[in-house]
Design a protein around this ligand. Sequence first.
Ligand SMILES: [Cu+2]
Length: 128
Amino acid sequence: MKKAMILTALIALPVGLSGCDKKTEAPKVEAPKAEAPKAEATTDNMSGMTMPAGSMMGKGSGTVTAIDAATGKITLDHGAIPGVGWPAMKMGFSAKPELLKSVAVGEKVDFDVTVTGTAGEVTAIRKQ
Ligand SMILES: [Cu+2]
């Protein structure tokens, strides 16, 4: 009886732990790195990309209409971005501080954007 119970506990424990690990780690800790291999293995059309499933990359151009260093936002009045299926619009993007410093309001720019859901992050930007 005792042996059987210990065996059951030993078998059940690792399974329970691995289930917890996936739930707690995947969304928070290094999600892009952790999910990249899965995306490569299961999809053909995104095999060259190293980002979480659901993200898209595109290139756009437009005019800087606002920069908010405090919140890490840049507002761009941009043309259509076919890479992510967006029409022309004026909208805010998140961007790293060094990117926000590299351009000024009123400048025409070309930029790279990564879109996850409806949120966009400018990952590169340069004056035209
Ligand atoms: Cu937009």
